[in-house]
Write a new protein. Sequence first.
Length: 323
Amino acid sequence: MQDQFKRRIEYLRISITDRCNLRCKYCMPETGVNWLPHESILSYEEILRLIRITTSLGFKRFRITGGEPLARKGILDFLGEASRIPGVEDLMLTTNGILLPEMAFDLKAAGVNRINISLDTLNPERFREITRGGDVQKVIQGVYRSLEAGLHPVKLNVVVVRDFNRDELPQFMELARNYPLHVRFIELMPIGISSEHRNDFVPIAEMKEILGLEGMKPKRDIKGGGPAEYITSEGFEGSIGFISALSRHFCDTCNRVRLTADGKLRPCLHSAKEVDLCQALRGEKTDKEIAELFAEAVWHKPAEHHMNEEAWQGQRMMSQIGG
Ligand code: SAM
């Protein structure tokens, strides 16, 4: 379907839980997290109903995220059912990779086409520090298992944080040279607790300078159709991508909307406007009425976000909205 600005919207990102098995410093506060109450989290049946409804509106691509989606019980059965819904052409997952060593092949068998793995550092101590206790070896094993399982393409998401992992960019680039991995460097967004740490932000131009890629021409043919600008080079098995929500925002080609773990539809990640679908799903509304509500919210997707403005504040944690 189209929105009022003639953007074709066919991609739904679904946060299936706000819980996570890591506590990344830029994502979650140290002093306890206010988890959403259990009863407010959509059940798998409710999410599957919504997926069916949105396919009737022309949605084709679905990304399951969180929180940590692999940590929610019953995820494999849910993914299997979602992948069999007529109209679901692309079922994708975003994960921190901790549970991938044992789950990568099962995900492929359940019908997941491809996977994004978040990995900000290859250094075990730094990983423990930024995730407050995680084991990087599990994620690295998970990356290899995903490649073996054929979850193609495997993309690595690296959020670049000044004074933390800026010096590792060349090492990540080597991964893309040696493996069929799409390594995407992401600008830190001022969302949730990161809105207080604007000095940690590293612009894409600076990342390219570190990698000596200033003059290279971007390519746009890596499967995804998203906001990343990819660069690949002779002798590379994979590619390097850059995602910038701040220094060069991509609102005019944004093709996605988001469903929060508690069933709110967010037409724009960076706008606090939400439409309550949970209430609609749990009330008396028919599929047709819910489709109308959904279509109406998509129609009003904002033209662009204003995250660059000082006054902007992210009201929710990324794990609730679904990064
Ligand atoms: N647990 C899964 C994972 O780690 O991929 C999915 C949820 S996580 C919130 C999704 C992505 O959002 C991760 O790649 C994470 O690094 C990213 N993220 C969280 N806070 C961010 C921020 N302030 N700026 C940019 N990316 C952020």
